[in-house]
Ligand binder design. Structure first.
Ligand code: ZN
Length: 482
C-alpha cells in the first residue's frame, strides 16, 4: 500500500509536539526578531518542506482539475492539514472543467521527415485523428501576425502558425510575463487570420526538448483551432528550415477533449485561530492542482509545502498564537481557469471585509528575494517598519506592485491587501508546466529559506497591532467562462 505508507510516514513527520504554549495572555509581547530566527532555524534544521512536496507528488501524482489525482490530492491535503495541527479542517466544493489530453504528435513532413516534440495547450480542441498537414508560417509575436495579416490577408489562410517568441531568463516573472501572451491568445489571433492550427515555441527557458503546456483561451465568434507548444529546440529547427527558403510542412495530431459535464473538486481549508481577533483573517494559499504532464512539484507542490509548513512553524515555534486567524487555503484548479479562487471569493463574500491580508505561494521553490505589496497607500512603509531588522530571514526590497498572485486576485479585487514573498525564479521556468516538474528539481535548503520568509511575513501580518490599508476594489480583467 504505497499511498498509505507515504501518508503515514508524512503524518508522523508532522506530528511533533508543540514546543511553546499555544495559548497566551493578550498582553504578551512577541519578539518578532527572535520568532523569525526560530522559523529560519527550524525550517533549515528539518527541511520538512521537501518531504511535504515528496509526499504530495508521490501519493497524488499529477493533479489536473477533475482527475483522479486531483481527488487524491484533496484527501491528502485534508490529512496534511490535520497532521500540521490546523483547526476547522474542511473541504469546500468547487466545480471544475475537465479537460483530458489525448494523443499528441507532430512531425515535419517536408522538406525532410523529422519528429517534433509537441504538447497540447490546456483547453485546446482536437485535430482529426489523422491530424492536419499544412505549411507553417512563422511569426515572432501577436503584433507581427496582425501586421502581416493586415498587409496580406491570404498569408495565414489554411496554414499552421508558429509563434517563435523566445522567453528571457529573469530572476522575477518579467521574462514569463512578456512571453506568455502567445500561449494565451495565439490561437485566437491565428484563427482570425485564417490559420488551421496554432503552435508556439514553448514558454520556458529550458533546453531539454520538453514542451511546456499551459492554459490557452478561445473567444466567442472566432473559430476554435487546435493549439500546441513545440519544444524550444524544435521551434528552432522549423525556423532554420524556413530560413532555407521553400515550404515547410508539418503534420499535427492533437486529440484532447473537454468533458461535457463539469467535475467535482474542492478547496481544502484549515485554520490557526487568532488569540485576540479570531474573526480577522490572514489567508495563506497555494494551489493543489497541477498540469497533467508531471507531478507538479515546483508548480505548485512547493507552494503547498510553504503554506503547510508556515502553519506548522507558527504553531510550534512562534511562542504565542498570532492575534488574528491564519487560514490556509489549498485552491482547486488554478491552472485551468482559477475555479477554486472564484469559488472561495464567492463562498466567503460576506467575510471578505474581515480578510485583512492574503498571500499566495505559487512561484516554485527558489530562495526569497523580496516582498511585493498590493495594498492601499502607506502599506509599504508600514510593512517596512514591522519587518525592520528581519533581513536575514526576509531579505530584499519591499515594494509596491499592482499584481496579485492568481488565486488571490479575486480577493484583491474585493479590496483585500495582498502580499507576496518574491522568490528567485531564474530556473523555475526550465521545468514549469513540463514533464520534468518533479521533486528532484527542488533544493531543500532554498525551499526552507522561502518557507521561513513566508512564515515570517505571515506571522508579522497576523500579529501586527493594526491591520494594513485595504486595496482599492476593482473589476477583474476576466472571469472563467468555461
Ligand atoms: Zn502555479
Amino acid at each position: 500500500m504505497p499511498r498509505a505508507f507515504v501518508v503515514v510516514a508524512f503524518l508522523s513527520l508532522l506530528s511533533t509536539p508543540v514546543r511553546s504554549s499555544a495559548a497566551s495572555p493578550k498582553s504578551a509581547a512577541v519578539d518578532v526578531r527572535a520568532t523569525a530566527a526560530r522559523f529560519l532555524g527550524g525550517a533549515l534544521a528539518e527541511r520538512r518542506g521537501h518531504a511535504v512536496v515528496t509526499s504530495l507528488t508521490d501519493s497524488a501524482g499529477p493533479r489536473l482539475a477533475g482527475s483522479r489525482g486531483d481527488e487524491r490530492a484533496v484527501a491528502w491535503a485534508v490529512e496534511a492539514m490535520r497532521a500540521a495541527g490546523l483547526e476547522n479542517v474542511h473541504t469546500e466544493p468547487v466545480t471544475v472543467p475537465r479537460w483530458v489530453r489525448g494523443v499528441e504528435r507532430a512531425e515535419v513532413v517536408a522538406p525532410v521527415d523529422i519528429a517534433l516534440h509537441v504538447t497540447a495547450l490546456g483547453g485546446s480542441v482536437a485535430t482529426s485523428p489523422d491530424g492536419i498537414v499544412a505549411e507553417v508560417v512563422e511569426v515572432a509575436s501577436l503584433d507581427e501576425l496582425k501586421a502581416q495579416a493586415a498587409k496580406d490577408p491570404a498569408r495565414f489562410r489554411g496554414k499552421i502558425v508558429l509563434y517563435n517568441k523566445s522567453m528571457l531568463r529573469t530572476h522575477n516573472f518579467e521574462g514569463y510575463g512578456t512571453a506568455v501572451d502567445v500561449r494565451k491568445g495565439g490561437a485566437v489571433e491565428a484563427a482570425r487570420a485564417g490559420a488551421v492550427a496554432s503552435l508556439i515555441r514553448s514558454i520556458g527557458t529550458g533546453y531539454h526538448r520538453l514542451p511546456h503546456t499551459g492554459a490557452m483561451r478561445y473567444e466567442a465568434g472566432v473559430p476554435q483551432i487546435p493549439a500546441g507548444a513545440l519544444a524550444a529546440e524544435d521551434a528552432e529547427l522549423v525556423h532554420r528550415l524556413l530560413a532555407r527558403g521553400g515550404a515547410v510542412k508539418v503534420r499535427l495530431v492533437l486529440t484532447p477533449s473537454l468533458a461535457a459535464d463539469k467535475a467535482a473538486s474542492a478547496n481544502v481549508v484549515g485554520e490557526l485561530r487568532g488569540r485576540e481577533h479570531p474573526e480577522e483573517i490572514v489567508v495563506i494559499g497555494a494551489h493543489l492542482d497541477s498540469w497533467d504532464l508531471a507531478t507538479g512539484a515546483l508548480d505548485d507542490g512547493a507552494g503547498c509545502a510553504i503554506v503547510l509548513e508556515t502553519a506548522r512553524l507558527v504553531r510550534t515555534l512562534a511562542g504565542a498564537r498570532p492575534r488574528r486567524t491564519i487560514r490556509v487555503v489549498l485552491f482547486a484548479n488554478e491552472e485551468f481557469g482559477l475555479s477554486g479562487a472564484f469559488a472561495y471569493a464567492e463562498a466567503h463574500k460576506a467575510e471578505l471585509a474581515r480578510h485583512v491580508a492574503a498571500l499566495e505561494a505559487d512561484a516554485g521553490a527558489g530562495r526569497p528575494l523580496g516582498v511585493g505589496v498590493a495594498a492601499g497607500a502607506d502599506a509599504v512603509p508600514r510593512l517596512r517598519a514591522l519587518v525592520d531588522g528581519l533581513g536575514t530571514v526576509l531579505p530584499g526590497e519591499i515594494h509596491a506592485t499592482d499584481e496579485a498572485a492568481a488565486d488571490v486576485m479575486p480577493l484583491h479585487a474585493a479590496g483585500v491587501p495582498v502580499f507576496g514573498v518574491e522568490q528567485d525564479v531564474s530556473t523555475y521556468f526550465d521545468w514549469h508546466h513540463t514533464a520534468g516538474d518533479t521533486v528532484d528539481k527542488i533544493d531543500p535548503e532554498e525551499l526552507a529559506r522561502a518557507t521561513a520568509a513566508f512564515a515570517t511575513l505571515t506571522f508579522v501580518l497576523a500579529d501586527a497591532p493594526t491591520t494594513m490599508p485595504r486595496a482599492t476594489p476593482h473589476p477583474l480583467p476576466w472571469r472563467p467562462g468555461k
